[in-house]
Design a protein around this ligand. Sequence first.
Ligand code: SF4
Length: 322
Amino acid sequence: MDCDRCGREAVMHAAYSGAHLCDDHLRESVEKRVRRRIRKDDLLPADASPETPQTWVVGLSGGKDSVVLTHILEETFGRDPRVELVALSIHEGIEGYRDESLDACRALTTDRDLRHEVVSYADELGTRMDDVVETDPEDMAACAYCGVFRRDLLEAYAEAFDADKLLMGHNLDDEAQTALMNFFEGDLQQIAKHFDASLGPFDRRRENDHFVPRAKPLRDVPEKEVALYAYLAELPAHVTECPHASEAYRGEIRNLLLELEENHPGTRHSIMAGYEELAELAAQRYRNGGDGSDLGDCDRCGSTTSGRICQKCRLVESIEAV
Ligand code: SF4
């Protein structure tokens, strides 16, 4: 097949749009979608200036999604005095996995002279994921601990770096999977939190001064196209799967979505279009933390929480108690 735009050999056919694209036009198309999402979500306020630059902290794991996002952001804003980019990596303490992906992060950021910060569970929480999996005091999947810890550290450090936005590399497949999981679990409060935390133009969100606002500029791009972009652009992405990966339910949803997309191209896009509206409606219903409760400071670490101590500190306490 030939590229619809230039007639060169196509490297990809997107069934949801009917497009055949060559390597150059696929890369151009991915970059356009990311930039369009940044504009649509108003990530760069009109009054941003070289005197009052925006600080954007980018969560950089070294996987294809965060590497592609960091690369496109740097290409777009690396020489723009209105934006300061900071790449933030979290070291979970997983032998044979995270050190390798941090090498990919360093290769990317050093090459582009980009500020890169690394924060570890060992330094911040006094534990490593390899040890958490061994003890498992709450009898939970590894990712359930790890997700809470990572989210907490990303938020805490984004705040410490005075970030205006925290940018994450979630792609369209990730977002559609999360949407379906929340929907199937019938969890409207979680859907409300999703809107407050990461969906929709910032000016449509409720006023929320508790958290650094999150954004996901890659959320219009399917996973396969992100992977192809990383390969074609020869980016230093780390592709090995984490040895503790344990999200079995997400795997089921992933397979279901792939099958639906195959038989009904465009399914992921339509799920997200409806989900964003649903999330906004849910956010109007549930205030504050998304659960109607008042937010305060965690007794132990001071971070924002709706209980006496935050979820991260509760898990750390139970690990310490073993
Ligand atoms: Fe953590 Fe799970 Fe990701 Fe491994 S797969 S890094 S345990 S969230």
